[in-house]
Design a protein around this ligand. Structure first.
Ligand code: 5AD
Ligand code: SF4
Length: 452
């Protein structure tokens, strides 16, 4: 049997796409391997969001080249595919820079992989079309066993692309316009995942709360409505969604946070900056106060909700005073976890053309200060759960025999002792101690058993 190795960079959408690529290739007789050295086919599923992410691809391709040469010495052929957003953005340029690459395929056309690999036997190929057909209609279903091997918490793509055009972001160019999958398809996929033993679904999309898919009733359904329906799928105990835009948090979605027990009290809602001037230059179309008021509304619906955000420091033109506004917003809102980045100019985006680029040392200093504050908040949030009783979805065995590891509703890793539980169970755990990256607790009782 031929073997395929897929390495994914970047966001959860790429993790999902990598699994679907493995499914396409399983139908062609490839089994997955975690060891690149033994792969007949190497796929790098790339990320273009920041310069560093994109450059990683070329350094990895250097390693792939040595490997290919070594395998060739043993008479083994290795074929190389670059997929994902760097493939979409750079296309043919990748073939020029990296002679080791056989196929370049974008995120909307990876269902063509079998055909592209056949073509690549005679010539190197690039497919970065946004085909008229829906790739989801052409993707084979993984086996029940395969699905379960991927864990009790699964990603489900419900929406792709973005029409927001934040001035720093490549996503609208690499992933294209917003497209929502029809409700019926999503429900089918959810039922299939649940049937294989999945307990938690994370709905994903570049702009997931802009979801507006066709419902079974022929009407357009919002994310709030879709979540209500998914909460009824037997076996599914937990729902999450990511990543959202503040402008798309409509009343129905906010209400769902109050009404749906399955919807976990954790929300990733990127704000990027606390300065109105910078938010405007970023084309975010909301102010810092509008974000604060939105958070108040969400907290009224679900008082214990934990918040997470993305931040960019050193956006062109960002002054010390603008940066202080970001620090003030963070201090006022309080985040349980966050991602923060130095602004990275991306070719083809409006902000990359701005003159007032910020010097690297200023960016570095601001990032260090912001990350310090965010880390303090994260630790404080984790310590705040000590003494509480939390439901933990068991995901895997713990580090030591008799230990299990899982996630709290707030997406914290929790370790506890138990030999009476299985992966997929939801167990009530009293949190005894907070480590730097996970919580440790004692089992109080079973809550909800996984189906046998
Ligand atoms: N520079 C730095 N960070 C960026 N992000 C997106 N584009 C850039 C860029 N050009 C960050 C944003 C976004 C997250 C996924 O990546 O914070 O929310
Ligand atoms: Fe990029 Fe903005 Fe769209 Fe998010 S909302 S994917 S940051 S353009």
């Amino acid at each position: 049997m031929k073997k395929v190795f897929v390495k994914s960079y970047g966001c959860q959408m790429n993790v999902y796409d990598a699994e679907r690529m493995a499914d396409v290739l399983a139908a062609e007789g490839y089994s997955e391997t975690a060891a690149m050295e033994e792969a007949d086919l190497v796929i790098l599923n790339t990320c273009h969001i920041r310069e560093k992410a994109a450059e990683k691809v070329y350094s990895e391709l250097g390693r792939v080249r040595s490997l290919k040469e070594e395998r060739a010495g043993h008479g083994q052929e290795t074929r190389v595919v670059v997929a994902g957003c760097v493939a979409q953005a750079e296309g043919r340029e990748i073939l020029r820079r990296a002679p080791v690459v056989d196929v370049v395929v974008g995120p909307q056309s990876y269902h063509h992989l079998p055909e592209l690999l056949r073509k690549a036997q005679t010539e190197r190929v690039v497919d970065t079309e946004f085909p008229v057909e829906d790739k989801f209609d052409h993707l084979p279903q993984p086996s029940r066993q395969k699905t379960l091997s991927r864990g009790v918490s699964a990603f489900l793509t419900i929406q792709e692309g973005c029409d927001k055009f934040c001035t720093f972001c490549v996503v609208p160019y690499t992933r294209g316009a917003e497209v929502s999958r029809p409700v019926a398809r999503i429900l089918d996929e959810a039922a299939r995942l649940a049937d294989a033993g999945v307990r938690e679904l994370t709905l994903i999309g570049q702009n997931v709360n802009a979801y507006h898919g066709e419902g079974p009733d022929g009407r357009v359904w919002s994310l709030g409505r879709l979540l209500r329906r998914l909460a009824e799928v037997p076996g599914i105990a937990r729902l999450r969604y990511t990543t959202s835009h503040p402008r798309d948090m409509d009343d129905e979605l906010v209400a769902a946070h109050g009404d749906l027990a399955a919807l976990m009290p954790y929300l990733h809602l990127p704000v990027q900056s606390g300065s109105d001037r910078i938010l405007d230059a970023m084309n975010r179309k909301h102010t810092g106060d509008e974000y604060r008021r939105l958070i108040e509304r969400i907290r009224r619906a679900r008082p214990d909700i934990a918040l997470s955000s993305d931040f960019i420091v050193g956006f062109p033109g960002e002054t010390d005073a603008d940066f202080e506004e970001t620090m003030r917003l963070v201090a006022e809102v309080g985040f349980a976890s966050s991602f923060s980045f130095k602004y990275s100019p991306r070719p083809g985006t409006p902000a990359a053309e701005l003159e007032a680029q910020i010097p690297e040392p200023v960016k570095a200093e601001r990032l260090a200060r912001l990350q310090n504050l965010l880390e303090t908040q994260r630790q404080a949030f984790n310590r705040g759960t000590v003494g509480q009783t939390l439901d933990v979805l068991v995901e895997k065995p713990g580090r030591h025999p008799g230990q299990l590891a899982g996630k709290s509703p707030y997406l914290q890793a929790v370790h506890f002792e138990s030999d009476a539980h299985r992966i997929g169970d939801i167990v009530t755990v009293r949190i005894a101690r907070a480590g730097s990256n996970s919580l440790f607790g004692e089992r109080v009782g079973p809550k909800d058993r996984a189906a046998a």
